[in-house]
Ligand binder design. Structure first.
Ligand SMILES: Cc1cc2nc3c(=O)[nH]c(=O)nc-3n(C[C@H](O)[C@H](O)[C@H](O)COP(=O)(O)OP(=O)(O)OC[C@H]3O[C@@H](n4cnc5c(N)ncnc54)[C@H](O)[C@@H]3O)c2cc1C
Ligand code: SF4
Length: 473
């Protein structure tokens, strides 16, 4: 008889919305064994082709069934430096789970029925953390004379640094913010990725000898050329996509309209939810409208709802999205969690104009209804507004979460670095080398907003190219 997928344990919506603690509790040993036993151990394990870093999924699941958790941990670590992180944030339903043979072909949403590979990965990652499993170091003497500069401490920079440091190459990571982790720290809220988990993975790199230099903006404090002059043999750019996009509609500059970056940075990085214990405040409203349909929108909405609860306001946070739920790019789990927590959704709605009061604070959003037309360049059906369908929504706080773009500072300071029309760095996809010899790039600065594991996949390729280059010297 076919076994049903084992649900993961979670904190109830009523409890979790009152704090910023982790929502998903993960599998117990019995649950992990039950889920692993569903795996068919396919002759042709197509799940592996869906993983951007090629984890041997079949093998680590088999090792779980044998209760050999350390072996499962090292199998994952062979390909993925950060199982604790990926087990929590990977959009597995669009990656390994999508290709799993158990995925129901006619289910409305992606990956229903597939093995919960991400929860198994997390189980194994947590086991490694709780048992402080030592990671083998393949340091080679011949690499110890080289040092590489990594710019940016998001998943791309961290992954590249880990790969290089494991070989014995000295790595300095330069990070413009005062804390490391990139979006993993300032974007993804702790109720999805707790800081102790992120710190565990970062400490693992420190143990490998990676050196972190924070408050250091490459492009201003030092140019790439100056880094080479200081003896770095290579530079890796993991700059991310940190600049928010806006709607470009009337009234968007009214008070209490935040970009998603500012809103999440204030809350996550600066702990604004603990104001005045922490210095940075954040405003919160009684009628909160979040515009967008990706992970950033989902995170902003769930943060806003928690802030409303902490303030004692009625819970009234609405996500406005111009397509339907089917086209939402956010992880399914986050959409489900948002719904359970009481976040409302307005689909096929396009914002037209914000209206403010005499003091310049936002009070209303005028919207238009939309319907789906022909597919656009992204392959998703384009929303077409319905003329005359205008309606108003009360709004005293709005967060715009409609996309992120490349930060130009380092790019502008480096004219010889070739970029495309979106200001993303152009690389040779096989090596991840940029137009400047010895300078590699990966993550969201190449090809725009992606996922954590995609950023890591690119960084791994870049690290392998750097290692290949250095091994010839
Ligand atoms: C709110 C939010 C939620 C998300 N949720 C998910 C999710 O659930 N699952 C998923 O897979 N993906 C998610 N993503 C996408 C994912 O986080 C990104 O694809 C990933 O972080 C990209 O990694 P990166 O290393 O390229 O960039 P980043 O994580 O953006 O890191 C770049 C780092 O470089 C630093 N930097 C930039 N320029 C300089 C400079 N000149 N000098 C020094 N430092 C510099 C920045 O300060 C930053 O710390 C989410 C993104 C956001 C914004
Ligand atoms: S495709 Fe699915 S069932 Fe087959 S080995 Fe991979 S996880 Fe197991």
């Amino acid at each position: 008889m076919k076994k049903e997928p084992i649900k993961v344990r979670e904190v109830s919506a009523a409890t979790r919305t009152g704090n910023f603690q982790e929502v998903v509790l993960g599998y117990s040993e019995d649950e992990a064994l039950g889920e692993a036993s569903r795996c068919l151990q396919c002759k042709n394990p197509v799940c592996i082709s869906g993983c951007p870093v090629g984890i041997d999924i079949k093998k680590f699941i088999y090792q779980i069934t044998q209760k050999d958790y350390p072996a499962a941990y090292f199998t994952i670590r062979e390909k993925n430096n950060f199982p604790l992180i990926c087990g929590r944030v990977c959009p597995a339903e669009y990656q390994c789970r999508k290709t799993c043979v158990l995925t129901k072909k006619d289910a409305p949403f992606a990956s229903e029925g597939a093995i919960n590979i991400h929860f198994l990965e997390r189980f194994v990652g947590d086991y490694g953390k709780n048992n402080d499993l030592a990671v083998s170091q393949e340091k080679e003497e011949k690499f110890s004379k080289f040092k590489v500069a990594v710019v940016g401490s998001g998943p791309a920079g961290l992954c590249c640094a880990g790969e290089l440091a494991r070989k014995g190459i000295k790595v300095d990571i330069f990070e413009s913010l005062h804390k490391t982790g990139g979006v993993l720290r300032y974007g993804i809220p702790p109720f999805r990725l707790p800081w102790d988990v992120l710190d565990f993975e970062i400490n693992y790199l420190k143990k490998l000898g990676v050196n972190f230099i924070t408050n250091f903006l490459v492009g201003k404090a030092k140019t790439i050329k100056e880094l080479f002059n200081e003896g770095y043999s290579n530079v890796f750019l993991g700059l991310g996509a940190g600049v928010p996009s806006f709607l470009g509609i009337k009234g968007e500059n009214l008070c209490n309209i935040y970009s998603v970056n500012e809103f999440l940075v204030r809350v996550n990085l600066m702990s604004a939810y603990k104001f005045p214990e922490f210095h940075t405040p954040v405003n919160i409203g009684k009628n909160v409208l979040i515009v967008g349909g990706g992970n950033t929108a989902m995170d902003a909405a769930r943060v806003a709802l928690r802030l409303q609860k902490l303030k004692g306001y009625p819970l009234n946070t609405t996500i406005i999205y111009r397509r339907t739920e089917m086209e939402m790019p956010a992880r399914r789990l986050e959409i489900e969690h948002a719904k359970e927590e009481g976040i409302k959704f307005e689909f096929l709605v396009s914002p037209k104009e914000f209206i403010g009061d005499e003091q310049g604070f936002v009070r209303k959003l005028i919207c238009l209804r939309a319907q789906l037309g022909e597919p656009d360049s992204s392959g998703r059906r384009r929303p077409v507004v319905i003329e005359g369908s205008e309606f108003e929504m009360d709004c005293d706080l709005s967060v715009i979460a409609v996309g992120l773009k490349a930060n130009q500072i380092l790019i502008n300071a480096t004219p010889e670095l070739k970029t495309d029309k979106y200001s993303d760095v152009i690389v040779d996809a096989a090596t991840m080398e940029s137009s400047i010899k010895g300078v590699f790039a990966g993550g969201d600065i190449v090809g725009g907003e992606g996922t954590v594991i995609e950023a890591m996949g690119m960084a791994k390729t870049a690290a392998q190219s750097i290692i290949g280059e250095l091994s010839k010297k």
